[in-house]
Design a protein around this ligand. Structure first.
Ligand SMILES: Cc1ncc(C[n+]2csc(CCOP(=O)(O)OP(=O)(O)O)c2C)c(N)n1
Ligand SMILES: [Mg+2]
Length: 628
């Protein structure tokens, strides 16, 4: 301890602190903040703007100008995911709309358990100039600002009303960001006057600080309970979630699977945990799963969930696993481990798998289980081969499964596919053959339209050695294409495959299945009010070109393959525009998803949908049997 102090503004101190934060896991250190994304306005330009422009520490915190605040949070979350949560980006905004634009991104990061640091500007702490431009003015309290919207979507939230409040808030923020059990969005709201205020800071605040990312081991008694259950299992199945990848537990998972003969199914976030082609890899599970993983799920007597939060897509809305199936849940957070009345192993995935394997020494599932797995895999592989081989007549829109197949081939071993919303996440989950960890990046916790291009930027920033293939639907593209400009300006190379089917294939099909007549799910002239007035004169390829990207139009499968080769070889960002036929879908998962159908309908089709829905509801299980 010294009593040396340094006089800096709050914003300058913040920048200096952020540049000095590191994480360490398995003996390797990582700079925690790979940079700061931002958009300046009067709420941050004089504070953080001045600090980022003039602080010597800012060299270690490169500033990047985004085009939309929501997008920059997606970029930061994608960066964190690609870095296995060992690093992230900070995001600075002005007050008011610039700040609240980040709320959607914050929810996405928190839902996906990804660390992002959000630094929205806030209204004057002194209040002397109230109300300032963009101030909410809550008539019940001057203590409320729009930044209070961040409270429910943040894992730590604070407002820095005085300089002295900054150091404890920064330490709390870092603790949450680097704690695998707690991590998510962290918001430090920064009143614009406080940002510019000077203070004498203890020099220790700026010392290089290394945050050790824990690998907690499970309680011994819990391992014994889980092992007892496993030893009785004849048809076990692992459900691998994102936690496997974040923990870098893929070798431990493979060892566990091989030693005990347990097939591995993957959630959206866990896809790539065991590469396609491994005899025990059965691919996607759940509502968008493979028929192999879903058959094994229905037959499973013990399900070992590793690093999964068991979303409705994973469990087919609670209908997938047998009524008497038992669960062992290995998760770094008790909140997820406790789900489905499972036997809880609260631990790091890698450590937990090793301990569980050790406790199960000598136990393996019967050979018949491997044989069944192989047989189911063969059938699904043939279905994917057929889907990837689909083609279209000359000039006709292409089949989306074949487009995915072409991108899968172009991605090779070093590529990573990025997607988030629409019909593609489901098709990708089913069909995509991942080359290994990090090769598959589909944001399906929040499934936020607009994540795709912004997320691709984050992946490329975190993993510049990889070729990043962004697959984006026309709906998502129209919501958030503007980060193409950021990619061009920053020289960040993306290959963007813009899949144009003139509307919402996903929600269109869903609409039809729930008796909503596809209302408002295609892009066309209004016509009678049902958007039946014919195609719009919209040219999204020209739009992409206008944003500075190189653009290739692919109107055949062969043309697409050539365009992908050219985009791979290019040094800058390329957008490949391809028209697809929304009527061609991927092979069925043979699994259900709970979307309530109207109890009252005037049409036969509507009544039939409701009947099918009620039949589905009967398969939902409450899972209240106590564990053990
Ligand atoms: C921000 C946001 N708004 C709405 C939705 C609901 N939604 C899910 S998919 C979808 C349509 C996506 O259209 P497009 O990107 O063209 O993909 P397609 O379904 O055609 O494959 C909508 C509106 C969402 N996921 N995210
Ligand atoms: Mg579409």
């Amino acid at each position: 301890m010294t009593d040396t102090t340094t006089r800096l503004t709050v914003a300058q101190a913040l920048v200096r602190f952020l540049a000095a934060q590191w994480t360490e896991r398995d003996g390797v250190e990582h700079r925690f903040f790979g940079g700061c994304l931002g958009i300046f306005g009067h709420g941050n330009v004089a504070g953080l703007g001045q600090a980022l422009a003039t602080s010597p520490s800012a060299e270690d915190l490169p500033y990047r100008l985004a085009r939309n605040e929501q997008a920059m949070v997606h970029t930061a979350a994608a960066y964190a995911r690609a870095a296995n949560r060992l690093a992230t980006l900070a995001c600075t905004t002005s007050i008011g709309p610039g700040a609240t634009n980040m709320v959607t991104g914050a929810a996405g990061a928190t839902i996906n358990r990804l660390p992002v640091l959000l630094l929205p500007g806030d209204v004057f702490s002194t209040r002397v100039a109230n109300p300032v431009l963009q101030e909410l003015e809550d008539q019940r309290s001057y203590d409320v600002s729009v930044n209070d919207c961040f409270r429910p979507v943040s894992r730590y939230w604070d407002r820095i009303n005085r300089p002295e409040q900054l150091p404890p808030a920064l330490l709390a923020a870092m603790r949450v960001l680097t704690d695998p059990a707690e991590t998510g969005a962290v918001t430090l709201a920064l009143p614009q006057d406080v940002q510019a205020e000077a203070w004498d800071w203890p020099e220790e605040l700026f010392a290089r600080r290394v945050w050790h990312i824990p690998r907690p081991r499970p309680e011994r008694a819990a391992v014994a309970r889980a092992a007892d259950l496993l030893r009785s299992a004849r048809r076990p199945l692992v459900v691998a979630g994102g936690g496997v990848l974040y923990s870098e537990a893929t070798d431990a998972l493979r060892a566990f699977a091989e030693t005990h003969g347990v097939p591995v199914a993957e959630t959206q976030a866990g896809k790539g945990a065991l590469p396609h082609g491994h005899p025990l890899a059965v691919g996607a599970v759940g509502a968008t799963g493979t028929t192999a993983a879903n058959a094994l799920s229905r037959e499973a007597d013990v399900v070992i969930g590793v690093g999964t939060r068991y979303s409705d897509f994973t469990t087919a809305s609670g209908s997938l696993f047998a009524a008497d199936a038992r669960f062992v849940n290995l998760n770094v957070t008790g909140f997820d481990a406790a789900k489905l009345s499972g036997t809880q192993l609260v631990a790091d995935a890698r450590e937990g798998l090793a301990d569980l394997s050790q406790a199960c020494t000598g136990w393996a599932a019967p050979d018949a289980h491997r044989a069944r797995t192989a047989e189911l895999n063969r059938a699904w592989d043939a279905a994917v081969d057929a889907a990837y081989a689909l083609d279209a007549d000359d000039g006709a829109p292409l089949p989306q499964p074949a487009v995915i197949g072409a991108v899968n081939a172009a991605a090779g071993d070093d590529g990573v596919v990025v997607c988030a919303a629409g019909s593609m996440p489901g098709d990708l989950h089913k069909l995509w053959r991942p080359s290994g960890p990090g090769s598959y990046h589909v944001e399906y916790g929040y499934s936020c339209m607009g994540y795709e291009i912004a997320g691709g930027l984050g992946v490329k920033l975190a993993a510049p050695e990889r070729e990043v293939f962004v697959m984006v639907g026309d709906g998502s593209y129209l919501m958030m294409a503007q980060e193409l400009v950021t990619a061009v300006a920053e020289g960040i190379k993306l290959v963007v495959v813009l899949v144009d089917n003139a509307g919402f294939a996903s929600i269109g099909n869903l609409s039809e299945s729930v008796g909503a007549d596809r209302l408002g799910t295609s892009y066309a002239y209004r016509g009678t009010g049902r958007y039946d007035g014919g195609p719009l004169p919209v040219d999204l390829a020209a739009n992409a070109a206008s944003l500075g990207a190189s653009v290739l139009r692919a109107d055949s499968m062969d043309g697409l393959r050539k365009a992908l080769d050219a985009a791979r070889a290019a040094t800058g960002t390329t957008v490949i525009h391809v028209r697809t036929d929304p009527a061609v879908s991927a092979p069925s998962s043979q699994a259900w998803w709970d979307v309530p159908v109207a109890e009252l309908s005037t049409t036969d089709a509507g009544r039939a949908s409701r009947q099918a829905y009620e039949a589905g509801k009967k398969e939902q299980r409450p899972r209240l049997t106590p564990p053990g």
